[in-house]
Design a protein around this ligand. Structure first.
Ligand SMILES: Nc1ncnc2c1ncn2[C@@H]1O[C@H](COP(=O)(O)OP(=O)(O)OP(=O)(O)O)[C@@H](O)[C@H]1O
Ligand SMILES: [Mg+2]
Length: 464
């Protein structure tokens, strides 16, 4: 684009310069042509009057005057003539010289109204020959130069139109180039804002090497994104701690059970140790082992959940993530009289994401489902591959459902319908932002009094 504009600019510049030079040349040529035509006329007239023998002094003066003017102009401006005409200029000058010399003699001797009787017969013949040859050469030059001048004038007529066209192209090109230079970065920023609105806070890379308003804007936007990333990080962490708070009573309860069992079994073992058979001792020790295993599983799940993860996207096994999340929520379900059904194909494709953050998402969804069924009920968890390279998880409950007027707001940060102190209102907003960071999306379908289904779709790990 830029190259063709430069070319167009150079062409119109060269064209203007060429036209200027040509018109200057035409001006000189025109002046010369007028002088030559005048001389041609005067010589013809002198020849005719000579033949009639009524040549006046005034005619001789005019002829001489014409000869000298033409001579001077041909010497100074013959460069304006075409090459073929330039070649015959020396011959013409020779004839003009003869005419000048002999006409000067005639003028010196002739009386007003007299005849050129001052010349000898030989000189008179030479003058007539020089005049005739002069006329012939003049007419050749005049004919050829006139047609060359016609050509130049025709060109001068069409030239401005061509120039105007070129300048128009140049003008439109410059406007388009400006518009492109302005619109392209705006389009890019449009894309960036759409990406930011979708929850992707990764930095943008300025495409320009030099500093201008757009690269300054990119630096500013990156600062803002850095701040947003930090805020989001804090929000996710805060929401995570809130979830742990919700789980505390269930976990305490769940830890208490195995610890109690261990205490009771150990006590029995200590009291009855001498009387117990080896087989009974083995069974009691095995019970203790299983209970401690159970307790350490719960602690491990909790540690896994709260552990800080780099948040890098890797291929994640959804079956694993859903399994460990259900284990974490199990105590809460037990406490609230909720049971669950889980359905997944054995070859569930892996998704792109970070296991710990996905656990946080599914735990939020499970807790919402449990909390929507205060009198107990059932949660259905299923997962499977979908079209367009996605894997979707469906979490369905048979709880209270969500009123239509509340549904559009449930993903808003801090929106909650729960009693003060019961919910932060961050669960769904944080979950959606995590899922979008991984290139996925969430949809909620709810029917008042019948239950709610949350669909969470993520890109398959093996897709682009
Ligand atoms: N499964 C569900 N059934 C009914 N209502 C739901 C369900 N999931 C979410 N909601 C509604 O959406 C609101 C927002 O949910 P979100 O998880 O963001 O916050 P919260 O559950 O109120 O608080 P927190 O998650 O911090 O405990 C809830 O207060 C509730 O009204
Ligand atoms: Mg919640």
């Amino acid at each position: 684009m830029v190259a063709s504009l430069v070319l167009c600019f150079l062409a119109s510049g060269a064209f203007s310069l060429g036209a200027f030079i040509l018109l200057r040349k035409a001006e000189v040529k025109l002046h010369l042509l007028q002088t030559l035509e005048r001389l041609d006329d005067r010589l013809l007239r002198v020849r005719a009057l000579e033949d009639e023998k009524i040549l006046s002094r005034a005619d001789v003066d005019r002829a001489l005057d014409g000869v000298r003017q033409a001579d001077a102009l041909l010497r100074s401006g013959s460069h304006a003539l075409q090459e073929a005409d330039r070649a015959i200029v020396p011959a013409l000058l020779l004839q003009l010289g003869t005419c000048d010399r002999l006409l000067s003699v005639v003028r010196g001797a002739a009386e007003v109204g007299g005849r050129p009787g001052a010349l000898s017969a030989r000189d008179g013949a030479e003058l007539r020959r020089a005049e005739a040859e002069g006329n012939r050469l003049l007419e050749v030059i005049i004919r050829r130069e006139r047609s060359s001048l016609d050509g130049i004038l025709r060109f001068a007529e069409t030239g401005p139109l061509v120039l105007l066209g070129l300048q128009l192209v140049l003008f439109v090109g410059i406007i388009l180039a400006f518009a492109k230079a302005l619109v392209n970065p705006i389009r890019r920023f449009e894309g960036y804002t759409a990406r930011i609105a979708a929850g992707d806070f990764s930095f943008i890379t300025p495409t320009r090497r030099y500093r201008d308003e757009f690269s300054d804007l990119a630096v500013g936007v990156n600062q803002m994104l850095g701040e947003l990333q930090a805020q989001q990080h804090r929000l996710v962490k805060g929401a995570k701690l809130a979830v742990v708070g919700t789980l505390t009573s269930g976990i305490a309860h769940e830890l208490n059970n195995p610890l109690n069992n261990v205490a009771i079994t150990t006590e029995a073992l200590m009291e009855d140790l001498p009387t117990l058979s080896d087989k009974e001792k083995w069974r009691l020790l095995q019970d203790i082992y299983f209970e401690t295993e159970r307790a350490s599983e719960i602690v491990k799940s909790l540690l896994d959940f709260t552990r800080q993860e780099k948040g890098e996207m890797v291929a994640v096994d959804l079956a694993d993530v859903l399994g460990s999340t259900l284990r974490l929520a199990q105590n809460e379900m037990n406490l609230n009289n909720v049971s669950f059904t889980c359905q997944m194909p054995p070859d569930l494709p892996r998704v792109r994401g970070a296991a710990n953050q996905l656990r946080q998402v599914f735990l939020n969804l499970l807790l919402n489902a449990i909390q929507a069924m205060p009198g107990g009920g059932r949660v259905w968890v299923s997962a499977g591959p979908q079209d367009e390279g996605k894997v979707c998880v469906e979490i369905r409950d048979e709880g209270t459902g969500i009123p239509a007027e509340v549904l559009p707001r449930i993903f808003d940060p801090f929106f909650t319908t729960k009693e003060p102190g019961q919910g932060t209102g961050l669960g769904l907003s944080v979950s959606l932002s995590i899922i979008r960071t991984f290139g996925g999306d969430m949809q909620v379908v709810s029917s008042l009094g019948r239950g709610t289904t949350v669909h969470t779709c993520l890109p398959r790990a093996d897709e682009g």
